[in-house]
Design a protein around this ligand. Structure first.
Ligand SMILES: C[C@@H](C(=O)O)C(=O)SCCNC(=O)CCNC(=O)[C@H](O)C(C)(C)COP(=O)(O)OP(=O)(O)OC[C@H]1O[C@@H](n2cnc3c(N)ncnc32)[C@H](O)[C@@H]1OP(=O)(O)O
Ligand SMILES: [Co+2]
Length: 133
């Protein structure tokens, strides 16, 4: 497997409209249109910066991972996403190495990317998303 770059940093927020002001008004970045990813029960907004992006995540359902994260830990960085060249191959390799995967098969994320999460128990408490686009 080849890990190419940090694709995005996922930030759990209560309100994209409120939180985005920090990035746009204070930091001078531009926000892309908001998209709903029903599979993950979230609304997502991307804010590109250089080669990577911030991904602001707002829950659309109390059962969403984002709602649970905010309830337990408050708003903040929820995951780091790494872009890989071949996600199926990456998942197969990690599984063989005994890594605990949340998703053994890719799901579809924002912008139609293929995504899969590694359990934070396997990565010293960092929720890592793999994505291929
Ligand atoms: C749209 C898409 C895209 O990019 O295209 C996205 O990003 S969607 C982004 C949102 N979707 C996701 O995050 C999907 C993957 N996430 C999940 O499946 C879940 O959130 C889990 C990571 C499995 C945690 O869920 P669970 O219900 O088990 O919560 P829990 O509170 O019992 O957590 C179990 C243990 O994991 C830890 N834990 C929970 N969330 C964590 C996080 N974000 N980062 C680091 N550690 C975390 C807890 O502290 C706990 O540790 P202790 O046991 O030590 O207390
Ligand atoms: Co993400």
């Amino acid at each position: 497997m080849k890990t190419l770059k940090i694709d995005h940093i996922g930030v759990a927020v209560k309100s994209i409209e409120e939180a985005s002001k920090i990035y746009t008004e204070l930091l001078g970045l531009e926000m892309h249109g908001i998209e709903e990813v029903q599979d993950q029960k979230v609304k997502v907004a991307f804010i590109p910066v250089g080669e990577s992006e911030f991904e602001l995540l707002e829950a659309t359902d109390p059962e969403s991972s984002i709602a649970k994260f905010i309830e337990k830990r408050g708003e903040g960085i929820q995951h780091i996403a790494l872009r890989v060249d071949d996600i199926e191959k990456a998942l197969e390799e990690l599984k063989q190495k005994g890594v605990k995967l949340i998703d053994e098969k890719p799901r579809y994320g924002a912008g139609g990317a293929k995504i899969a999460f590694i359990h934070p128990k396997s990565t010293n408490g960092v929720l890592i998303e793999l994505c291929e686009r």
